[in-house]
Design a protein around this ligand. Structure first.
Ligand code: ARG
Length: 576
């Protein structure tokens, strides 16, 4: 175990058990990093209360067991019963060597490996993929990588909007345009609008479109073939964006609304059989306790419209059943914008009421805020249109490539282009991931591409700088990992403590589905490295005695930055 806080937790659990007589398994010693010392133990407060004793006295007794003496150079009881710990250099050095020798950099697997479905990205066929879908894609991608890294089995599902009544008019319009027609998916609005306009003004078209919906729903092969063309056309475009973004999603992850189409009638039947279905304003609905509309009236989840059509909610219910029953998922993660919070909460609730979502299976809505422009309004182009994703990504890459070329004029052009891609895409992703996802964030090229501050380029640059130290020294990286590290300087010690927090931070990030926590950590780590590098010469003449040890700290820092960025879906170039 490389995380000192984790190692210490086990020791403390036993010490608290001895002192309080409580069973060790149920004890959480609550160990946290601290500004006053290396770590602070807060467990005495709650545990003393449980056994009706004074917390300071319990803390004193824990210290008196001597359990911490082997790993701490100072132990101090403070305030109402906190225990402040300062670790010995030997203990930290030993944990560092163990971390450096571990391909996972000390990150423990999750206690229980679950099968997790992550529902993310989910753009709509024949409609523009907007910045909201970009957020879902980027956040979802990071969450998938994090869950996998801690040992969960992840199934990615891209629940695209590929079914419903508008497909009648879209198919008819495509047919009118001829056999080889396709939607320009980088700008699908004109296609959609033209279909809509015909539907609204041309009665013949309107009735053809209506017949077409019926044909689609009844599985008419010719109609399905044209529908498939529309879906393929869109999926091809989604793929271009996914490849450009460098996310894990592929064609195989498509699991759109259409995939549940033949299960919808069964959903409604089961709800009726369970006595949950009610009639409201001509529709079949389920009233969900605790939900009311603006007037305070009970709010229903509509599962079947009056004329027989099913709803978005119905396919989400079918989804829950499929994910739990067929895929055996115990955790269902929905990376969907916050405006859909109520919809999802009601779907989860109905699934629970119907017994489809029962412990250990549970669902989590990982919501997120909007992308705003510099004016703090919804992000739009200057002319007020929706931002085209491909163009947006291209612009990020171009801007980054220009900055890379300026900083590295001697770098070969193809490498400049490759690094530009990593920096540009990394900057866009990091800007999205580094603020608490619940908040809105402002899209700002200059800020996200800056080489200073909490940005991807800053972290990528810190990583590349360490790689260049090894290149200059002509030293292989792997062999330094066995070095026993010395931590005599305060900056070395601070860097060591930061490196050893990686395990705790990764788990905290996964548990809260909060990539910004990992970002904050990586930024702090990069700053701790800068502090170290300024104060502690690595390759300078006269510092031969500490060279190996400092190179070992450099190597572990670079690997932690690289692994941390990888968990965010961001590449770390070796030079930039
Ligand atoms: N297609 C939807 C949209 O663009 C998002 C779907 C989210 N996933 C879900 N299972 N409802 O808003």
């Amino acid at each position: 175990m490389a995380d000192p806080l984790h190692t210490i937790s086990a020791t403390l659990r036993n010490a608290f058990a001895t002192v309080t007589g409580l069973p060790a398994e149920g004890i959480d010693p609550v160990v946290r990093p601290s500004d006053r010392a290396d770590a602070q133990v807060n467990g005495a407060l709650a545990l003393a209360k449980q056994v009706g004793r004074n917390p300071r006295e319990v803390a004193d007794a824990v210290v008196a067991t001597g359990a911490l003496a082997a790993v701490c150079s100072a132990v101090e009881v403070a305030g109402p019963g906190f225990i402040n710990l300062t670790f010995t250099e030997a203990f930290l050095a030993e944990q560092l060597t163990a971390t450096a020798g571990d391909a996972r950099l000390g990150v423990r697997p999750a206690a229980v490996a679950e099968r997790v479905i992550v529902d993310y990205s989910a753009p709509n066929v024949a409609k523009e993929m907007h910045v909201g879908h970009l957020r879902s894609t980027v956040i979802g991608d990071s969450i998938v990588r994090l869950l996998q890294f801690v040992g969960h089995e992840v199934v990615r599902e891209n629940h695209i909007g590929d079914w419903g009544t508008p497909f009648g008019m879209l198919i008819e319009h495509l047919l009118d345009l001829g056999d080889s027609a396709a939607i320009d998916m980088s700008d699908p609005n004109p296609f959609y609008q033209a279909a809509r306009a015909k539907f609204d003004t041309d009665d013949d078209f309107k009735s053809r479109a209506r017949d077409r919906v019926v044909a689609l729903q009844s599985g008419d092969p010719a109609t399905l073939a044209i529908w498939q063309r529309l879906v393929d056309n869109s999926a091809e475009y989604f793929d271009i964006v996914y490849r450009q973004l460098g996310v894990l999603l592929t064609h195989a992850d498509l699991m759109g609304e259409s995939a549940y189409h033949d299960k919808l009638a069964g959903v409604v039947e089961q709800l009726a059989a369970k006595g949950l279905l009610e009639q409201s304003e001509g529709a079949d609905v389920v009233f969900v306790p605790g939900y009311t509309n603006r007037d305070g009236d009970p709010l229903p989840l509509i599962v079947q419209k009056g004329h027989g059509g099913f709803n978005y909610a119905t396919s989400d219910l079918a989804c829950v059943i499929d994910r739990v029953d067929r895929l055996g998922a115990t955790m269902l993660v929905y990376v969907v914008g916050s405006p859909q919070a109520q919809h999802l909460a009601m779907v989860f609730k109905v699934a629970e009421m119907a017994g489809w979502l029962a412990p250990p299976a549970h669902a989590v809505h990982v919501g997120f805020g909007s992308v705003l422009g510099a004016d703090r309004k919804m992000y739009k182009t200057r002319s007020g249109e929706n931002v085209k994703l491909q163009a947006l990504l291209d612009e990020g890459v171009q801007r980054a490539a220009a900055a890379v070329a300026e900083k590295n004029p001697e770098m070969p052009a193809d490498e400049q282009a490759a690094v530009g891609r990593m920096v540009g895409i990394g900057a866009i992703k990091y800007a999205d991931l580094s603020t608490d996802r619940i908040k809105d964030y402002a899209f700002d090229w200059d800020r996200m591409l800056a080489f200073e501050g909490n940005t991807a380029p800053y972290l990528q640059y810190a990583h590349a700088r360490i790689c260049s130290i090894f290149r200059r020294a002509g030293v292989e990286r792997a062999p330094v990992r066995a070095t026993a590290v010395s931590l005599a300087e305060p900056q070395e010690r601070a860097l060591a403590l930061a490196l050893l927090q990686f395990d705790a931070v990764v788990h905290d990030t996964v548990e809260k589905f909060a990539p910004h926590r990992l970002c904050t950590y990586l930024f702090d780590l990069a700053q701790a490295f800068t502090g170290f590098y300024e104060a502690c010469p690595v390759l300078k003449d006269g510092y031969e005695a500490t060279r190996e040890s400092r190179l070992a700290l450099c190597d572990l820092t670079a690997r932690t930055l690289q692994q941390g960025l990888a968990l965010l879906g961001i590449d770390a170039p070796e030079r930039m």
